[in-house]
Design a protein around this ligand. Structure first.
Ligand code: IDP
Length: 137
């Protein structure tokens, strides 16, 4: 099942110089292709569209501040079962719970600064692609 997913390498990944390492892990999966890639700073509106479902939760405001604290790398990745696959490469939200070998498990410690976002369903992927790459909707 060929799919596309929206991936963000969060400001911690950019600051720590881990974008090459993370992109390389994605690129090495057979048949997956990066079809859009951009370094950009996120304004409040864009972040609210992206993370609006979490509004009102205690971690929401610090998350918004963190996501605006430096540039991110936004990507579209396409390929076989790529939505589930990138989330598997990323590991669960809490980097300490994430297995070593996963991106969060290898490089993360605190929950907010967990290096990577990846769409969690086909519906989210289409919604998020529209936010970050409106020309590719
Ligand atoms: P996901 O990124 O693994 O899909 P979500 O539940 O959608 O996880 O949460 C979005 C992001 O919000 C997480 O990746 C993480 O950066 C942050 N976050 C989620 N839960 C917490 C928390 O309990 N404390 C701090 N930050 C959190």
């Amino acid at each position: 099942m060929t799919q596309r997913t929206l991936v963000l390498l969060k400001p911690d990944a950019v600051r720590r110089g881990l974008t090459g390492e993370i992109i390389s892990r994605i690129e090495r999966k057979a048949g997956w292709q990066i079809t859009a890639l951009e370094l950009r700073s996120l304004d409040h509106d864009t972040l609210e569209q992206h993370y609006g479902e979490h509004k009102g939760k205690p971690f929401y405001e610090p998350l918004m501040e963190f996501m605006a604290s430096g540039p991110v790398v936004a990507l579209i990745v396409e390929g076989e079962r790529v939505i589930e696959g990138v989330r598997k490469l990323a590991g669960p939200t809490d980097p300490i719970a994430a297995e070593p070998g996963s991106i969060r498990g290898d490089f993360g410690v605190i929950v907010r600064e967990n290096l990577i976002h990846a769409s969690d369903s086909e519906e989210s992927a289409e919604r998020e692609v529209k936010i970050f790459f409106p020309g590719r909707a």
